[in-house]
Design a protein around this ligand. Structure first.
Ligand code: SF4
Length: 208
């Protein structure tokens, strides 16, 4: 027995199966306490820096701060974590934005499904900067410019790294050992990497 109701266990497994049916390489439902959030990791977006820093509402310094996100996470006892395995040469090229888009769309679709299955206030999170993925040809994020709502509310989700989630550690925890892919990575030495998403799950109504 794991302390959760059979209905919750069944819903979690149904969500996991749905993710697999959507084409993810793997998906796990975990205890959210296994997700570590570090202030320092969110700072990396600024220094040494990502081109998406400050460009969209889902990235630092505009997205929720790690300190606040840690509190939010306490209201979500469970999390669906999913990944797409991606060849390193794709991750090092412009094609990575197409895969990142798929990760965001998948997180958003799973979030919607979770909400419809009684996981109140489910929240999808995804790898990558939404500005670079969804609005690269726009001069500015519409939310930050104060010109209205997000152009892609059904797809763009907060950045996992921007929230300070220690995804490298989490990937080891769930059994997806990965090598960090950098501009110096050689595809023949490290042929595969991954891009991931998370959907936070609760059956309560969080106060945040
Ligand atoms: S408008 Fe574009 S850049 Fe701004 S939050 Fe939405 S997807 Fe991100």
């Amino acid at each position: 027995m794991n302390g959760r109701s059979p209905m919750t266990n069944k819903s979690e497994e149904a969500l996991r199966q749905l993710a697999l049916g959507m084409g993810v390489s793997d998906a796990r439902v975990i205890d959210s306490r296994r997700i570590r959030v570090e202030n320092e990791l969110a700072r990396i977006c600024k220094d040494p820096g990502c081109p998406g820093y400050g460009q969209g509402a889902n990235c630092p310094p505009h997205v929720m701060k790690p300190e606040t996100f840690r509190q939010t996470l306490e209201a979500y006892p469970r999390a669906l974590v999913f990944k797409f395995d991606v060849p390193t040469e794709v991750l090092l090229g412009e094609e990575r934005f197409e895969v990142s888009r798929l990760v965001h769309e998948t997180a958003a679709a799973l979030e919607r499904h979770a909400l419809s299955c009684g996981f109140t206030a489910a929240r999808g999170l995804a790898a990558g900067s939404c500005k670079r993925i969804f609005c690269p040809d726009k001069p500015a994020c519409r939310v930050l410019a104060g010109n209205g709502e997000c152009r892609h509310p059904d797809a763009a989700r907060p950045s996992i790294s921007g929230l300070g989630i220690h995804f490298f550690e989490l990937s080891q925890t769930v059994g997806w050992p990965i090598h960090k892919i950098t501009g110096d990575s050689q595809p023949d030495e490290v042929p595969m990497g991954l891009l991931a998403g998370i959907v936070l799950l609760t059956r309560e109504t969080p106060e945040t």
